[in-house]
Design a protein around this ligand. Structure first.
Ligand code: CA
Length: 425
């Protein structure tokens, strides 16, 4: 058991262990502001009025599919999707969002519908952010300098070197490999971002020969060069700080645990899930639909939607296989509920033994000139002392990591279900 935990921590060892210990200004985006806006009847009403008027270009009191386009594009931008038409995966989400507005009919939308769907989308985002807040970090070289001149540097650098050295790599490549092993926890911005790479990393490495001549680098040269380059990266970051949106998702079975210990909620969810399954005249449903049913209650069980995180998918698949849930037979309601509970229990056990941790860092580029056109209110700093230096409000990219894991339509559907449940006696 302990072994599994260690492995999973090891996988994200380059991530900050305790973000609050960073002395850089930190903002936590947890969806509170969005939820407050939507929850404030008057404010949200006038917000919708204004937005609707802006979108209804021909002034007929309805939004045609064409007039909805800018709103859909805004939502796409707010959740960090690439522009429409650039990828089939994201276009699918655009399509889903449009369908939410038009109820799949591609007809003009009234203000009431518009308000309802917009509120669902925003609350869906808020719920996702509340569950997994995004932390906005300002990386300005201070943490990197602290790492460089602190006690951690030498042992960590030597450990990295011995790992790299097994492959006998030359100087430039070994430095690149070392930089890739350092993360936000060391005060390094994500190298995968092309702006960071071109503007911060490349200039710091410019004194190294472009072509790696000679053979494997010695430990001494490696340590000296790494120190030089990190010092130079820290200076670069001081002049051009990088804003990073950091999010972490832990799947450790605790969500399933909560659900399983609340028999009332569990029963309600399973009732709903059963009702939605297609059945034959004998009132039996095929086991093929177990996966769909499971996906439907995923958010209530603290699980990502199926297909979002492969490690979690593997755990789910294994649970279904172990319980013969994919034998294609048909089941009655009682059997369905029993099986679902067993599947959840198996997934919980597996996640408790081997928790899965996923983290994402994305660089926030635009200083939000575009925020006036976006559908989201700008978040405020978390706590007064959290921002000694003013931070630009986070841009659309902030939401990117989330949406990868919780596609907006999945969350909206989960929310709809909650609403339906509330209405139920
Ligand atoms: Ca119109």
């Amino acid at each position: 058991m302990a072994n599994g935990r260690e492995e999973s921590q090891d996988r994200c060892r380059s991530e900050p262990k305790r973000l609050e210990e960073h002395h850089n200004p930190v903002i936590v985006v947890d969806g509170t502001d969005i939820a407050e806006l939507v929850g404030n009847e008057a404010a949200f009403g006038s917000y919708v009025d204004h937005k609707f008027q802006e979108l209804d270009r021909d002034g007929d009191g309805k939004l045609s599919v064409e007039e909805l386009e800018p709103a859909i594009a805004d939502i796409g931008a707010a959740i960090g999707l690439p522009a429409q038409g650039s990828s089939p995966d994201s276009d699918h989400i655009y399509y889903e969002v449009l369908n939410e507005f038009t109820h799949g009919k591609r007809e003009a939308v009234t203000k009431t519908d518009f308000k309802e769907v917009l509120s669902d989308i925003l609350l869906g985002m808020a719920a996702g952010l509340q569950r997994d807040p995004v932390v906005i970090l300002r990386i300005d070289g201070e943490d990197l300098r602290e790492f460089l001149f602190g006690l951690r540097f030498e042992p960590e650098a030597i450990a990295i070197f011995s790992e790299i050295n097994q492959e006998n790599v030359p100087l430039r490549k070994s430095i690149m490999m070392a930089l890739e092993r350092l993360g936000v926890g060391h005060g390094m911005p994500p190298l995968s971002d092309s702006w960071v790479f071109d503007s911060i990393i490349q200039p710091a490495m410019s004194h190294l020969p472009v072509e790696d001549l000679g053979g494997a680098v010695s430990q001494e040269t490696f340590l000296t060069e790494l120190k030089n380059i990190l010092g130079s990266v820290a200076r670069g970051l001081k002049d051009r700080p990088v804003i990073v949106a950091h999010s972490e998702n832990n799947f450790d079975g605790s969500g399933i645990n909560r659900l399983l210990s609340n028999t009332f909620e569990l029963e309600k969810l399973l009732d709903m899930a059963w009702k939605e399954l297609p059945k034959k005249t004998d009132h039996k449903a095929s086991k093929e639909y177990l996966r769909v049913a499971l996906d439907g209650i995923a958010s209530s069980a603290g699980l990502p939607p199926y297909g979002a995180i492969s490690q979690v998918d593997a755990v789910v698949n294994e649970a279904l296989r172990t319980l013969n849930a994919d034998d294609g037979r048909r089941m009655r309601e009682g059997e369905f509920k029993k099986l679902m509970t067993e599947i959840l229990g198996t997934i919980r056990l597996q996640l408790e033994m081997n928790p899965i941790s996923v983290s994402a860092n994305s660089v926030v580029h635009e200083p939000l000139a575009a925020s006036s056109s976006t559908l989201l209110p700008p978040p405020a700093p978390a706590g007064e002392d959290a921002s000694s230096k003013p931070l630009p409000p986070p841009s659309s990219k902030v939401y990117f990591a989330h949406i990868c894991m919780h596609p907006v339509h999945v969350r909206m559907h989960a929310l709809r279900k909650e609403k339906m449940e509330e209405k139920m006696p």
